[in-house]
Design a protein around this ligand. Structure first.
Ligand SMILES: Nc1ncnc2c1ncn2[C@@H]1O[C@H](COP(=O)(O)OP(=O)(O)OP(=O)(O)O)[C@@H](O)[C@H]1O
Length: 313
């Protein structure tokens, strides 16, 4: 049976969520077979890290929608593959959440139940989404430095070691980092394309525990670090937290951020901009859509409406 979007290609990470991705992929294929028949979709399983980018870049013209089945790391890889294609030949990006954090799936409003997510994909309500780029690497939801990146990276190792997931995993990491590794990072940020400002540039020299450059509102498993960030406004929402906070106060602010209630705190700063450069005095822990990156100089720009995405709401 034909779908509203041509052939759907599911790119699935069998290793996502400690191997549960393989089971979710089989279930998704079975549900799709019942709804659109064998000819309406194809299932492609990744074989290694980075494979999803090559798969997404090489899909044939019959594919109208690519669905990333996995976590934020897999979605990032699929998006990178789509960005290698000419803008007018990019299939629509859909997401079936099957990872540990699933921040981007939440940003798109995708259901966590697999049958409901499949129905949302087939309903094919689409909209534009901005894509971020840092030193030539694309990101769809989050780029962050300092404490929160250290937490995000620690959760990857901790998940494998403890089998934990979701908010509990994140909070365990957070407490460990806050009480044992609460470092401060000196940085200079040069914002360009600041809305409603003349001139539309701003330079900030500060020290921070963390700095997040967001396309969507959440990171780290649904922490609403920039609660008002919009997917399609052509702007980053940047948030940073400045000293001095005792670890217990810092933990309280972090917990408030779970629900986006940290915004009035005097240690928390926000700036919107179309682009920015960041220079750190020393290399901070850094993550891009949940995966590690390195460096001290970061040139970051927002590509407005680079992707069309399937929205769940
Ligand atoms: N077949 C594979 N075998 C091993 N690793 C893979 C494979 N395919 C993709 N990966 C890697 O697995 C990593 C994590 O994938 P993914 O984001 O899907 O799951 P997750 O880590 O469980 O979820 P989240 O990113 O939401 O925390 C990615 O960096 C990706 O490169």
């Amino acid at each position: 049976m034909a779908t509203r979007c041509g052939t759907i290609a599911i790119i699935a990470n069998p290793a996502a969520q400690n191997g549960r991705g393989a089971w979710t992929a089989v279930e998704a294929a079975s549900l799709l077979r019942a709804k659109v028949g064998e000819g309406g979709f194809k299932l492609l399983l990744t074989e290694r890290a980075g494979h999803a980018t090559a798969l997404a870049a090489q899909l044939g013209p019959e594919v109208g929608a690519v669905v990333a089945l996995g976590g934020d790391g897999l979605i990032n890889e699929v998006a990178c593959g789509l960005m290698e294609r000419d803008a007018d030949e990019r299939p629509v990006l859909g997401v079936i959440p099957a990872g540990s954090g699933n921040d981007y799936a939440a940003t798109l409003g995708m259901a966590s139940s697999l049958p409901a997510a499949i129905d949302q994909i087939l309903a094919f309500r689409t909209g534009p989404a901005d894509v971020g780029r840092v030193n030539g690497h694309y990101f769809v939801e989050t780029l962050s430095f300092g404490l929160d990146a250290a937490i995000a990276l620690d959760t990857v190792e901790r998940r494998v070691r403890t089998g934990r997931a979701g908010t509990r995993l994140y909070l365990e990491s957070a407490v460990d980092q806050l009480f044992h590794h609460l470092n401060i990072y000196d940085f200079t940020a040069r914002f360009e394309g600041v809305p409603n400002a003349e001139p539309d540039v701003r330079t900030v020299e500060a020290a921070a525990y963390l700095l997040a450059v967001q396309i969507g509102p959440t990171y780290g498993g649904h922490f609403r670090i920039t609660p008002d960030a919009a997917l399609d406004d052509g702007l980053f929402d940047v948030c940073w937290a400045v000293p001095e906070l005792a670890p217990r106060r810092a933990l309280a602010v972090l917990l408030a951020a779970r629900f986006g209630r940290h915004t009035g705190n005097k240690h928390i700063h926000f700036q919107r901009s179309r682009a920015l450069t960041l220079d750190f005095d020393q290399e901070p822990p850094a993550q891009i859509d949940g995966e590690k990156i390195t460096g001290t100089h970061f040139a970051i720009d927002c590509i407005p409406h680079a992707l069309t995405v399937v929205l769940g709401h």
